[in-house]
Design a protein around this ligand. Structure first.
Ligand code: PZK
Length: 345
């Protein structure tokens, strides 16, 4: 094909996805789902030598894409995918006493090009509800409260102010909409959709326990975890622990994190991670409708620093430690170096 022909040939759907959205194509792996900022690939069935059982596995890959106001910017934030994966793994490891999770490995079975931002996970039968827990009244919860005094069928005290801490965390599930916004539902509707009220009660209780555990830890790091969203699935091959928390957990993309410093009720709070982008976008005059604008270099750098700060505050270790444990490539290294193994010069 001529140079000219190659350039003008229409892109296939996959090529367009890769070119325009910073999606990584991994050789041989079938892409089974692509979200705003993450991809899911099918992996080989993993033989379990211990039991002789086979486990179906997936590869979840976090990109460096960033969205604000539900629109993905064309400019990636370097290392964002690695920060979010590192945080998710931090929380999976520290909450396994509350509920089993789908994480298998961040090293074995992970292709080199996505080391540090990928997890091999167990394939689950996902429950058709999003499990939101709110400790503070903000966002759509604040809107619903102002309109009805309730959120997801839970009556709240009169006179709450925006961003106020709730007397206790509440479970406010929603449906997974294919397009557009998730719809808030009450517990009974969630139980209907799941088809098992006792299971849904366990999911609610576990969700609140996960939130409470994480919010207390975050608070000790100077960060408020205002709310968060979990997705659960069932692993029928593990009859002792069929309920498993999947997806990513307690990351800035699945949660609202606020700096504790400067927290004030009565108005919206700045996002720990995305506020530089939102402030810049407001000044720039973006109407918050797609397409989202390109982000200038200084705002990218400030935002990257906030993600790394979130990791270091919450995980309590240098971000570099995560890169080293996973053998990730370091973006800053000239020529795209690997992070030094332990003990290397
Ligand atoms: C699963 N998604 C959402 C969409 C993503 C993620 N452990 C699992 N087993 C089976 N299915 C899923 C999971 C998980 N987690 C999650 N879709 C399927 C999704 C797009 C990209 F990374």
């Amino acid at each position: 094909m001529s140079e000219r022909g190659r350039r003008s040939a229409p892109l296939s759907g996959l090529q367009a996805l890769v070119a325009s959205r910073h999606v990584t194509v991994l050789a041989d792996l079938p892409l089974i789902a692509s979200g705003k900022v993450r991809e899911m690939y099918e992996l080989e069935r993993l033989g379990d030598g211990q039991s002789g059982r086979v486990q179906e596995t997936l590869l979840m890959v976090a990109s460096d894409r960033i969205s604000t106001y539900d629109a993905v910017h064309p400019t990636p934030i370097p290392d964002k995918g690695k920060v979010l994966t590192g945080l998710s793994v931090f929380w999976f490891e520290r909450t396994a006493h509350i509920v089993a999770n789908h994480l298998i490995s961040t090293v074995d079975g992970v292709p080199e090009e996505v080391l540090g931002r990928a997890m091999v996970v167990r394939k689950l039968s996902m429950l058709p509800v999003e499990c939101v827990v709110r400790g503070y009244i903000t966002g759509s919860g604040w809107k619903d409260y102002q309109a009805t005094g309730s959120v997801s069928g839970i009556a709240l005290p009169d006179g709450l102010r925006e961003s106020e801490r709730l007397p206790e965390p509440i479970f406010t599930p929603s449906t997974k909409a294919d397009v557009g916004h998730d719809e808030a539902i009450d517990f009974e509707r969630a139980a209907e959709l799941v088809g098992d009220r006792a299971l849904m009660a366990r999911v609610r209780d576990v969700s609140i326990e996960l939130y409470s555990f994480a919010a207390e830890h975050a608070r000790s790091c100077g960060v408020i975890l205002a709310d968060t969203k979990f997705e659960f699935g069932l692993d029928e091959s593990d009859p002792a622990h069929p309920l498993v928390v999947g997806d990513e957990v307690l990351t800035p993309d699945s949660s609202r994190y606020w700096p504790a410093d400067g927290y004030e009720v009565g108005h919206g709070q700045p996002s720990f991670d995305k506020q530089y982008v939102r402030d810049w976008a407001a000044g720039y005059g973006w109407d918050k409708k797609p397409p989202a604008p390109a982000i200038p270099d200084d705002v990218v750098a400030g935002t990257r620093a906030r993600y790394v700060e979130a990791y270091e505050r919450i995980a309590g270790e240098p971000f570099r430690a995560w890169l080293e444990r996973t053998g990730a490539t370091v973006e800053g290294a000239a020529g795209g170096g690997r992070s030094a193994p332990d003990g290397a010069a």
